[in-house]
Ligand binder design. Structure first.
Ligand code: 0K2
Ligand code: SF4
Length: 327
C-alpha cells in the first residue's frame, strides 16, 4: 500500500488591506473602457501600473505599451499611466493633435496641483522621493526644469542649497515608507522651521494602510512574501517595512513560480501581502502552490477597511453618440 506522506502544516497570515488600490483600479478601467469605446489599438505611455501581469492582460485585449509619446502613431488614443506625467507630455500630445486620456491617480494629481500652487505663491518646492521614478519625474515636471529640489535621504537634507529658507514648501511621492519619510521630514522641518506643506506628507491612504497591515503580521511570521514587481515603489516599501517590523526573511516575488520552497523549509508561519499594483489572482496562485506542499490554514489579518473609489474621466462615461442621435 502506498501512503502519501502527510503534508506538514503551514499557517498563512494574509495582510489586509493588500493589492489593488483605487488609483490602480481606475487606471486599469480607463484602459479597458478606452478599448471598449474606441476599439484597439489603444496606446499606453509607460506600464499603466507596475505589474507585468496587468500589462500582459491588457495587451491581450489590444493595448500597446510604449515608453515615450513619440512611439505613438498619429490618430490613435493614448493613455498616460497612473504614476503621472510631466506637463510636457500632454503638451506634446496636444501639439500633435493626439486624443489622450490621463490615468494619473487623483491623489498624484493633487500633489501636482499643490506643487504648482506653492511655486505660484513664490515658494521653492522640495520633493521627497526617489530619483528616476516616473511619479517623481511627473511631479518635478509640473514646474520648469530645476525648480523642484529632490531629497531622497536625511543626509540629502543637510546638503540642500535653497534660495530662501523663509520661502519653502515640501511635497512627497505617494508610495514612500511612512516611517522613513517621517525622519526625512523631521530633518527638513528642523533645518527650515518655516517650510510649508501638507499636514503630514503626501503618502496615500493605500500605501499607509498596506504598510500598517504588513507591520501587524511581520512580527508573527518567520518569512513573508510581498507580491509585486521590482519596479513597484510601494511594493518594495512593503518588504522594507516587514524587515523593519521584525521579519528579516521578507522578499518580493512576482508570482508563485518565483518562490524557492526549499528556502522556506521549516517555516510554520508565512506572511503574504501584495503591492497596490499586484492582482489578487497572484496571491491566490501562491496560496494554491503552498497548499500543494503543506496543509494550509489561512488567517486574514485586517487592520483597515477601504471603500474609496475614483470616477472615470468624463470622456469614458459620457453617453456614446449613437447612429440615431448623430443623424
Ligand atoms: O508604487 P509605484 O509608484 O512604483 O507604482 P505601482 O506599483 O504601479 O503602484 C500603483 C501606482 C502608484 C501611483 O501612485
Ligand atoms: Fe493612487 Fe495611492 Fe494607488 Fe498610487 S498607490 S495609485 S497614489 S491610491
Amino acid at each position: 500500500m502506498h501512503h502519501t506522506p502527510a503534508k506538514p502544516p503551514l499557517t498563512i497570515l494574509l495582510a489586509a488591506p493588500r493589492g489593488f488600490c483605487a488609483g490602480v483600479d481606475r487606471a486599469i478601467q480607463i484602459v479597458e473602457a478606452a478599448l471598449d469605446r474606441f476599439g484597439p489599438p489603444v496606446y499606453v505611455r509607460h506600464e499603466i501600473v507596475h505589474n507585468r501581469f496587468v500589462v500582459q492582460s491588457l495587451e491581450a485585449k489590444g493595448a500597446v505599451f510604449v515608453d515615450e509619446l513619440d512611439q505613438v502613431p498619429d490618430g490613435v488614443p493614448v493613455i498616460f499611466s497612473a504614476h503621472g506625467v510631466p506637463k510636457s507630455v500632454p503638451a506634446a500630445a496636444t501639439a500633435r493633435g493626439l486624443f489622450y486620456l490621463d490615468a494619473t491617480c487623483p491623489l498624484v494629481s493633487k500633489v501636482h496641483r499643490e506643487t504648482e500652487r506653492h511655486h505660484a505663491e513664490g515658494r521653492q518646492v522640495i520633493l521627497i522621493g526617489h530619483a528616476g521614478h516616473p511619479e517623481v519625474i511627473g511631479t518635478m515636471g509640473q514646474l520648469p526644469d530645476g525648480a523642484v529640489l529632490l531629497v531622497e535621504t536625511v543626509e540629502d537634507v543637510a546638503r540642500l542649497a535653497v534660495d530662501d529658507p523663509a520661502n519653502l514648501a515640501y511635497a512627497t511621492q505617494t508610495t514612500l515608507s511612512v516611517d522613513e519619510t517621517a525622519g526625512i521630514l523631521a530633518a527638513l522641518q528642523q533645518r527650515f522651521p518655516a517650510i510649508a506643506g501638507p499636514r503630514r506628507e503626501d503618502i496615500c491612504y493605500a500605501t499607509t494602510n498596506r504598510q500598517l497591515a504588513v507591520k501587524a503580521i511581520a512580527p508573527q511570521v518567520e518569512a513573508l512574501l510581498v507580491l509585486g514587481a521590482p519596479n513597484s515603489s510601494n511594493s518594495k516599501r512593503l518588504v522594507e517595512v516587514a524587515k523593519g517590523a521584525g521579519c528579516t526573511r521578507a522578499q518580493l516575488v512576482q508570482r508563485a513560480a518565483d518562490i524557492d520552497w526549499a528556502d522556506l523549509a521549516g517555516v510554520a508561519r508565512l506572511g503574504i501581502t501584495a503591492g497596490a499594483s499586484a492582482p489578487e489572482v497572484l496571491v491566490e496562485e501562491v496560496i494554491a502552490a503552498a497548499a500543494s506542499r503543506y496543509t494550509v490554514t489561512v488567517d486574514e489579518v485586517r487592520t483597515a477597511h477601504e471603500d474609496i473609489v475614483f470616477k472615470l474621466p468624463p470622456a469614458l462615461t459620457d453617453a456614446k453618440p449613437t447612429e440615431a442621435s448623430a443623424s
